[in-house]
Design a protein around this ligand. Structure first.
Ligand code: FES
Length: 156
């Protein structure tokens, strides 16, 4: 997947102008830019820094500080396996292994067809439902390894 700044440049310029008129908040611009392009590669960050008259290092610092920003492309479905204490203790590493096998990728990677990205996350606030997996905005609770394939099949 190669990055093309030009693919959404008009929309990007419009949203930057809009946010600049409101006071030029960097984080809303980054959020919307990530929605447009799917991720925030360096070329896009530098363009945003330039348009907002900010140092590139400021933009880079914000992007790398917040976990919801990503500098790498993600698949259509984000599969997040919680490895917070409760989920870890209740065996979510087994679910992670199974997901990794099913998808053929390691955590932090995306499938070659860009359908899924596999990620490890910290506590998602549902410890009583542990072990929990989050796919896009849906939580799957008390997951067992032999349920993993069926859960994934809901996100073709
Ligand atoms: S540790 Fe997984 S939801 Fe809290």
């Amino acid at each position: 997947m190669s990055f093309s700044l030009a693919s959404h440049l008009q929309e990007l310029d419009d949203l930057i102008d809009r946010e600049k008129a409101r006071g030029g908040a960097l984080i809303p611009v980054l959020h919307q830019a990530q929605e447009l392009y799917g991720y925030l590669p360096r070329e896009l960050q530098d363009y945003i820094a330039d348009r907002l008259d900010l140092p590139q290092s400021t933009v880079y610092g914000v992007v790398t500080f917040y976990a919801f920003f990503t500098t790498r492309p993600r698949g259509r479905h984000r599969v997040g396996v919680c490895l917070g204490t409760a989920c870890y203790v209740r065996g979510n590493t087994k679910n992670l292994e199974r997901l990794s096998q099913e998808l053929g990728v390691c955590p932090g990677e995306s499938t070659p067809d860009w359908r899924y990205s596999l990620e490890v996350c910290r506590c998602i606030g549902l410890c009583s439902q542990a072990p929990a997996i989050m796919i896009d905005k849906s939580v799957h609770s008390k997951v067992q390894p032999d349920q993993v394939a069926e859960i994934l099949s809901q996100y073709e």
